[in-house]
Design a binder for this molecule. Structure first.
Ligand code: FCB
Length: 413
């Protein structure tokens, strides 16, 4: 084993592959100011949210949710501790989201206290030496919005814009990076075509309508934010590494077009493109192909395919000609040694992109904390920090120290 990998030896880990991961990333240099972060979203970590379409959905049998978010990991009250912990690890950024239903609990109502809360989060980041990357929408909608037609109703575009205007006025000058909408391609697909997210529809036309509304909302909110902040503004797009297998060309176009390409096109006018990537999809003459035999699967059933990130980042950069930020990349697994391997391989992929001249500005691991993984509940563990949900105690995993070490070492002369 080379001597350098000893230096990156994640404490308490004997796994050889994980140790070798240290060697994979050791010595890689990243540009100064490169963002090394970890991400969460309000609904998945805060707790105590019950006036959203998701809280309603998780109580419905047809929602297929294994459990409710409930108190989550109480990040609402513990954000200070959590942010300090990420800073102690060596990270330089924290990505989180603002919960619309807290800021506007009812139609026409604005809760200034909720804005105080999110302002305090941004300030806590700065006090700890982290930059704040803030998303204004991450899957959930206030009940008063969803009950009035949600994203099928064109009025929602303006309602969301006015919520964002209030946030922009208050927080705009303090933001370091803004995400208008997290994965605007996923609710149309999962909520309106596949029936897995609220409102559980399976209607291709509704999917198209909702896609149009999300795109319009993104453009409006981008303009509003840009009036109030110098921070770069973009979207975080869910992308997979699409791999074409003999004869799948037509299927690939049909699948990828509405899912990624229409969004990438709009992102050409943004300050940057955020890329969220977890795995690859192979597409053949009959459409989606089964997972390949012999390929390891993660808790979510995704293929363990860390090379996917390099491919999506290159494609996002090529299609948009914008700087790229990895806004999410992670693995759900109980085996933290595999997480270390995954992090090392994806970081290496980003380094390959930089070496090839692709302008990549940051890497946010999903997730900072083990949290509520939507329909799957609390079983998939994506965090670099574990949480005991009976005591709400945090425990940094070796992968957290590993990522922190990369962040501290990277870019040093
Ligand atoms: C992404 C979501 C995020 C989390 C990860 C695993 O699609 O943005 O909330 O659920 O997947």
């Amino acid at each position: 084993m080379p001597e350098e990998s000893q230096q990156l030896r994640p404490e308490g880990l004997e796994d050889v592959a994980a140790l070798e991961s240290g060697a994979i990333v050791h010595g890689l240099r990243f540009p100064r100011g490169f963002e090394w972060g970890a991400a969460t979203s309000a609904y998945q970590v805060e707790g105590g949210l019950d006036a959203t379409d998701w809280s309603e959905w998780e109580r419905q049998p047809r929602g297929g949710c294994v459990e409710a978010a409930g108190d989550a990991v109480d990040h609402y009250h513990r954000f200070g501790e959590d942010i300090a912990l990420l800073a102690d690890l060596g990270l330089t950024a924290y990505r989180f989201s603002i919960e619309w239903s807290r800021v506007q609990p009812r139609d026409g109502e604005m809760d200034e206290g909720a804005l105080d809360h999110y302002e305090a989060m941004v300030e806590a980041c700065h006090a700890a030496g982290l930059s704040a990357c803030v998303a204004l929408h991450h899957f959930t909608n206030p009940l008063w919005v969803s009950r009035d037609g949600g994203w099928e109703n064109p009025r929602t575009v303006d309602l969301f814009t006015s919520f964002c205007t209030a946030v922009a006025r208050r927080l705009g000058p303090k933001l370091d990076r803004a995400i208008t909408i997290n994965e605007p391609n996923m609710p149309p697909l999962l909520g309106y075509l596949l029936g897995r997210f609220p409102p559980g529809k399976r209607d291709p036309q509704a999917r198209e309508r909702v896609t149009r509304h999300f795109l319009r909302a993104h453009e409006q909110v981008r303009d509003v934010l840009s009036d109030h902040t110098d921070a770069p503004v973009g979207m975080a797009l869910a992308m997979v590494d699409w791999q074409l297998v003999d004869g799948g060309e037509e299927h690939l176009q049909q699948l990828r077009g509405p899912r990624e390409d229409v969004f990438l096109q709009v992102a050409r006018d943004d300050d940057y493109i955020g890329v969220n990537t977890y795995t690859r999809h192979r597409v053949g003459r009959h459409g989606f192909m089964d997972v390949e035999e012999g390929v390891e699967l993660t808790h979510m059933g995704y293929e363990f395919w860390p090379d996917a990130l390099e491919a999506t980042v290159r494609r996002a950069a090529g299609e948009t000609r914008r700087p790229v930020v990895v806004t999410e990349c992670g693995i759900g697994t109980k085996d933290d040694a595999r997480r270390i391997v995954f992090i090392a391989a994806t970081v290496r992929g980003i380094h390959n992109c930089l070496a090839a001249g692709v302008d990549v500005r940051g890497y946010h691991y999903w997730s900072a904390l083990d949290n509520f993984e939507w329909n799957h509940g609390y079983a998939p563990q994506f965090g670099i920090v574990a949480v005991d949900r009976t005591t709400q105690q945090r425990r940094v995993k070796p992968s957290g120290r590993f990522l922190g070490r990369i962040a501290r070492d990277a870019g040093l002369p």
